[in-house]
Structure formats: C-alpha cells, structure tokens
Design a binder for this molecule. Sequence first.
Ligand SMILES: [Zn+2]
Length: 267
Amino acid sequence: MMDSLLVIVPHPDDEILTCGGWLYERQARGLPTWVVVVTNGDVAGSAAGLARLRESLAGLQVLGVRSDQVVFLGYADTGMSVDDSFLYGLFAEDDSSRIHLGRAGVATYGLPDHLDFRTRMYGRAAPYTRGDLVADLRALIGEHRPETIVTTAPEDTHGDHAALYWFVREVVSGFESYRPNILTALVHSADGDAAWPRRSGEDTAMTVPYCLAGYPLPISRLLTPQARLAKGAALRCHATALTADAREFLEAFLKRDELFWIRQADD
Ligand SMILES: [Zn+2]
C-alpha cells in the first residue's frame, strides 16, 4: 500500500523512542500505519509486562494511534545481553518447534481487552517457538505489505533489538515479489546508554554514535513542534520503564529529530 508504514519493535516503549514523533505526524495526516510490539517487556514478570502493554496503548493514544492499529505478539523478554535475550535465543535456535521459556510462561499472552495476536486471530496462544514467531511476523507483514518497515538495528547491543532485525529480514526475504524499504533505529548503542543519545537537551539534534561512524549516514527526520510535544507526553505514559536509573537515557530520545538507517536488500 502506498506510503504505508509498519513499525515492528521488541518492547513496549521502543515505538516511542524510535519513531514516536513520526507516528504522531503520520496519524495527523491519516496515513496507513500499524505498530507491532513483539514482546511484553516482561523481564520482571507478567504483572509488569501487562502494565507495560497498557502504557504502550496509552502512549500511542497520545500520538493519535488507535488501539486497533496496535498488535501485541505477546512473546517474552528475558533480559538484555545476548546470552539472556529471548529473541536472540529464539533466532539462534536450530529446532523451530522447540519451546523456550519466558519469565511468565511458555506461550503468548496479552491484555484481556487487547489480546495477543495469535489468541485474537485463532483463539489459542502461540507456544514460544522460533517457528511461531516467524509465522506471526509473516502473517502481519503479508497482511499489510507495507511500503516501509521500521524496526530496530542489528548493531543494537540489546539482544532482542538486534535479533528482531534478523527476524524481519528473514521473513521479508521469504516473500517472492515484495521488497519494502527497511529503516532501522538504534536504541542501545555500543557507545553505551550513558553516552548516547547525548544529554544535550531537547532543542538539539540527535547525533550519530561513534560506534556507527563508519556507516552511511542515517536519515534525520525533523519533527514538528507538535510532534515533539506529543512524543514527550507519550514517553511519560511509560511509568514502568521510567525508573530513576533509566529516565535520563529515555528522555535523551526527546530531540528535534529521529534517526533512521536505510538497509539495503543485501545487508
Ligand atoms: Zn527495547
């Protein structure tokens, strides 16, 4: 579909950090847009995960994104390092039907009034397997065939963020005559969360982290004043993520612009 966008992110809040301002601008213009959150961000258990899903819906509502444009796949979040990461573990799995363990169980779940994708579509949760996640991503990408996909970058140091890119690439290359633009956004850089994004204030532009200095330059999408305000308000819905430790890092994503790296088909 012309000018359609599918945002696929690992955790509730990544949709705001990576492209919250762009989502606001698209909604204001009525452009076809969908947001897919792959895990429930439930590294601290199901209660925290469900709270984060609610915060995600609330934040997206602030941006004008309706809940029927939001899909929760309901997979697990088991930690950030490559060894702990749920999505990295699933991506590296040889047996596509082996069930992996999350903190809250072994199958997808969502909110009672906003079910996980598989339960909503088929009345039954998906077991935590590589094959099931690929099937869900394939169903969603195939249904919308968006012109552009935004997802997290393979250079991201959070295992879930890097692995999600490789899942999206795998699924997209499985389609015969469909090649979307793939844009990636960075959340956790190898510069370290304390160093990037720079704590230079909301009136400054994002900078390219040193770890990606040798890469082609990203696109910088300048945000309207309204979009910047809405993005800040949306981020403040994420009370669970905004711990005293994380606040400064998360708020550093509130800037004049948002950065996206264009991925070539043979990346
Ligand atoms: Zn994340």
